[in-house]
Design a protein around this ligand. Structure first.
Ligand SMILES: [Zn+2]
Length: 285
């Protein structure tokens, strides 16, 4: 039976307070869900327990409510799906598709592709090793773009040694994200353009796993909002946080207008619907 239900999701990481750039992504995803008749789900990418704080999760839920964005919220924590991630990792191990790597984060950044650990043949059970995909990446990779159809990209070098398990034994962000999108039958993924290489890496991971459904997912990579220094907004920069704006007396209309101004839209925005129309006009639909 073909599943005709269309689904998209908002999948924030609770690693800081939601800022204007995050809100823009939420609003745009909500708008695309509406125009494509897709169900909008919420998933909190909360596997990283070192950075996790309950106040960040509350801030996500509170900001969505403030903006008037309603999502389906079943199974929204990733901690409920640990067995799914474990079986994906077991499959990669059984099919000899991963190797153990001891490199530090700095070494990994300096050495984008495969490291000397590839020749070391360490045990995957050695404490403190991460698991990375063995070299098998194709020279190019196809992605279904929401507006432009199938696009062919050169495979990004930094994704060829994709990390699937972290040194503490947890699944990596990429592995959990792909498992979740397949588990929930997601058909449209909306994310910032800084994640394009990640998308291509995840398409490769899904191909390695034999998960055909992932290849049919449509992707939208939207522009990022910049702060006053023309840098990508970060969750740690206080004044752009929605919480800060609200604490300083900004109404919903003010916040929406500020967001619209940031993307080059009209500064006179009163409702979520008007803001969505601006984003669809400027970022595409
Ligand atoms: Zn290594």
């Amino acid at each position: 039976m073909i599943d005709l239900v269309k689904r998209t999701r908002i999948a924030p990481t609770p690693s800081g307070f939601i800022h204007l750039g995050n809100l823009a992504s939420f609003v745009y995803t909500h708008a695309l869900a509406r125009v494509s008749n897709s169900t909008l789900m919420l998933r909190i990418d909360d596997l990283d327990q070192e950075r996790f704080r309950a106040s960040y999760v509350n801030d996500i839920l509170d900001t969505l409510q403030f903006a008037g964005i309603h999502c389906h919220q079943e199974e929204f924590t990733q901690r409920e799906r640990k067995s799914l991630y474990a079986s994906a990792l077991a499959q990669l191990r059984n099919e000899n598709k991963v190797y153990a790597c001891k490199c530090s984060r700095t070494e990994r950044t300096a050495n984008l592709s495969h490291c000397a650990c590839l020749q070391d043949h360490r045990s995957l059970d050695e404490p403190g090793v991460q698991w990375k995909l063995l070299p098998a990446a194709p020279p190019t990779i196809e992605m279904h773009d929401w507006t432009r159809g199938v696009l062919v990209y050169p495979f990004p070098e930094e994704m060829s040694a994709l990390q699937v398990r972290k040194k503490n034994g947890d699944p990596s962000y990429h592995l959990a994200s792909v498992v979740d999108d397949i588990h929930f039958g997601v058909t449209l993924i909306v994310r910032g353009e800084d994640l394009l290489a990640s998308t291509l890496g995840q398409l490769h991971l899904a191909a390695v796993m034999g998960w055909e459904h992932f290849r049919s997912i449509q992707f939208v990579h939207h522009p990022l909002l910049l702060d006053t220094n023309q840098q990508k907004m970060s969750k740690s920069s206080g004044s752009a946080s929605i919480q800060y704006m609200r604490a300083h007396g900004m109404s919903k209309e003010h916040v929406f207008a500020e967001l619209s101004r940031h993307v080059g839209g009209s500064p006179s925005i009163a409702t979520l619907e008007e803001l969505e129309e601006e984003l669809l006009r400027i970022w595409g639909s």
